[in-house]
Write a protein that binds this ligand. Structure first.
Ligand SMILES: C[S@@+](CC[C@H](N)C(=O)[O-])C[C@H]1O[C@@H](n2cnc3c(N)ncnc32)[C@H](O)[C@@H]1O
Length: 277
């Protein structure tokens, strides 16, 4: 992506500026998942929507595992490869241009499939989720880090975010996301068991947006643009981050881990929940 006039959505923008786009919760989320899933150098991981590579590269750095990241955006893939090489993990972390709905991998290829903030970008969610499950080994872990609404957002915010990410958002709460994953597992003949779940809300970061935009503008690939293009990048960055910050006022995210079960067990009767003081 070299033409700034084609930057009509946020995913393309991220690839163009080479923003180090992270999962919600950043490195802390990666650490929690690595510990809760017993990741080590024997494990093979697939990240869906790997963008500029933050999650894939940091999973490999943290655990020694092998990772394949798939994304549909070429600039993001190129930048992810550069990041992996810069961090010295290019032999263990590969990036492939592939659509989540048609993953180019055989059944049961991965020990863990990671999808954070990507399924909301895909219109045929059931098809994508059944692909995540197809390539996951029985006994493997499906990591879902969805962003969802806790309170009802204004319609105009939803409309502007949909246009910014290039995909229509349906206003869903956490249970709505869990339902889609659970129902798709059942309809694709899989059994999923939830074994880890933690909920978070976002800080209001409006005061931090100017410094964040300045940081992006100071990247070499942006500094070398002519001033009209730089102004356009700044304008888009301010618009996207202001809008996302406004949207996240109504939202939260969760780290949800499922195990793809080998077989359906008998029903469990004495189920429990966390006791809060
Ligand atoms: C907001 S980024 C998410 C990046 C990262 N996973 C995270 O947690 O922040 C969404 C990424 O999903 C990619 N994407 C969108 N639709 C996709 C699809 N059908 N298959 C694979 N990747 C897709 C976009 O190109 C973009 O890089």
């Amino acid at each position: 992506m070299d033409n700034i006039d084609q930057l009509n959505d946020y995913s393309k923008f991220v690839g163009f500026v080479n923003e180090r786009n992270r999962p919600s919760g950043g490195i802390k989320t990666i650490h929690k998942v690595a510990v809760a899933s017993f990741l080590d150098s024997t494990k093979k991981i697939l990240e869906i929507g790997s963008n500029t590579g933050f999650t894939s590269v940091n999973l490999a750095l943290m655990t020694g595992c092998e990772v394949v990241g798939v994304d549909t955006n070429d600039s993001s893939i190129k930048n992810a490869e550069l990041y992996a090489a810069e961090q010295g993990v290019e032999t263990r972390v590969k990036f492939v241009n592939a659509n989540a709905c048609e993953l180019p991998f055989p059944d049961s290829s991965f020990d863990l499939v990671w999808c954070s903030n990507v399924t909301s970008f895909i219109s045929d969610k059931e098809k994508a989720i059944s692909e995540y499950l197809r390539v996951l080994k029985p006994g493997g872990v499906l990591v879902v880090v969805p962003i969802y609404y806790i309170t009802t957002p204004p319609q105009d915010v939803v409309k502007r975010v949909s246009s910014a990410i290039g995909s229509d958002i349906t206003v869903r709460d956490k249970e709505g996301w869990k339902k889609i994953f659970f129902e798709t597992a059942v309809s694709s003949g899989n059994a999923l068991e939830l074994f880890f779940e933690e909920d978070f809300i976002y800080h209001d970061v409006s005061g931090g947006i100017p410094d964040y935009v300045d940081m992006l503008m100071s990247k070499d690939n942006i500094k070398s643009l002519d001033s009209d293009k730089r102004n356009k990048v700044r304008e888009m960055a301010e618009y996207f981050y202001g809008l996302f910050n406004e949207n996240l006022r109504y939202a939260g995210y969760s780290i949800i881990l499922y195990q793809k079960r080998n077989a359906l067990d008998e029903l469990e009767l004495f189920v429990s929940k966390k006791k809060y003081e």
